[in-house]
Each structure stands twice: as C-alpha cells, then as structure tokens.
Design a protein around this ligand. Structure first.
Ligand code: GLN
Length: 197
C-alpha cells in the first residue's frame, strides 16, 4: 500500500484518517518535515486555511510541502485544503499564502453567510451515482486554467455552474467534505490516482 499522510497541524484530520483506514490504506499524521518525507501522497483536510498556512510556516512545513507538491506528490485537498492547493485566492486575509499547484482561483467562503453550510447531491465525474456533498463555509473555484479538469459543478440554485471539484495531474481538490457523510468514493478515486502515479 502507498504511504499516505494527512496534514495534521489543523483541520478535520481524524475523519480523513478513518476513511482511508476503512479503505485499507493506513494513513498517518504529518506535523513535521520528517513525517512529510515518509509520504508517497498527502491529504490536506478541511479546516481554516488562514490558520493552516500560519502553522505550516511556524512548524517549518510550508516550504517542504510546497516543494513536494511541485515535485508531483499526489495531494488531495478538501475545502480549506483546496484553498491551500490553489495558485490564487480571493477573499483571503492580508498576506495569506497558499502552497499552490492547482492553476485555479478560489473564492473563500464563496456561498455567502445565509447558506454558510449546506448539503446536496452532486454529479461527480466518473461516478455512476451522485455524491452527497457537505459544504461548510466552502470555497468555490472561480476560474480554472486549461490543464485543470473539472470533476464536479453545482447544478441548481443560485450557485449553479460553480466548480466544486477539480483535478490537475496528481493534484485533486473538492470544495466539500467527502471525509464526512459516509461516502468513500472520492477517497477511492484519490487512492486510485495515488496507485497510478
Ligand atoms: N472557510 C474556510 C477557509 O477559508 C474553509 C472551511 C472548511 O474547510 N470547511 O479556510
């Protein structure tokens, strides 16, 4: 099995570890550069991207992470993790840095206050049945470069047409939280990507 780490300085780490363990992929937590060095692949969980980048800086994980991602390490970001993987953000705080890698612009907290958090069924590329997606103060992808493959968009309501899942080479990201809600198909998708790379 590949050695999959979950960035663990902040965010819903345990949920990702559990889904991966249930898939037979024992994942371990990553807080230090030595742990990152053991990873074949990495998950960046949901949480708070502003806190994530600051802690990554404080714990000297920011540069090593950005370097591994540039080097092609398969990486999966959910929600705040998607923000961390974006090359560009809008609605960030002053000085907010991202690791980058995905040629996308994400808008933080894009769905607005009134619909802060919501759930819905969405079509996901390559999956036969819709995915039940949980959005919590989620970003959306405002624009995506040519090399970015769109995996899912919102299909109804005010946010119709907004991109909420993408892939570019070894990187993938979702605005929503597949680690909560009991559907392991998105993690399977990532594990397949990891095995193929
Ligand atoms: N709003 C958070 C951020 O900007 C992301 C929320 C989440 O990960 N559930 O980082």
């Amino acid at each position: 099995q590949p050695s999959v780490g979950v960035f663990a300085l902040q965010g819903d780490v345990r949920e990702h570890v559990r889904v991966l363990a249930d898939l037979g992929v024992p994942a371990f937590t990553v807080r230090r550069p030595e742990e990152l060095a053991r990873c074949d692949a990495l998950v960046l969980p949901g949480g708070e991207s502003t806190t994530m980048y600051k802690l990554a800086r404080t714990f000297d994980l920011f540069e090593p992470l950005a370097e591994r991602i540039r080097g092609g390490m398969p990486t999966f970001g959910t929600c705040a993790g998607m923000i961390m993987l974006a090359d560009r953000i809008t609605g960030g705080i002053d000085g907010q840095e991202t690791l980058g890698g995905l040629d996308i612009t994400v808008r933080r907290n894009a769905f607005g206050r009134q619909v802060d958090s919501f759930e819905g069924d969405i079509e996901f590329d390559g999956l036969a049945d819709p995915v039940h997606a949980v959005f919590i103060r989620a970003p959306w992808v405002e624009d995506a470069g040519e090399k970015v493959e769109v995996l899912a968009t919102i299909t109804s309501g005010e946010a119709a047409g907004r991109i909420v899942a993408v892939r570019q080479d070894n990187l993938m990201a979702t605005s929503f939280h597949p680690e909560v809600g009991g559907d392991d198909r998105i993690h399977r998708y990532f594990v397949e990507l990891v095995k193929q790379s």
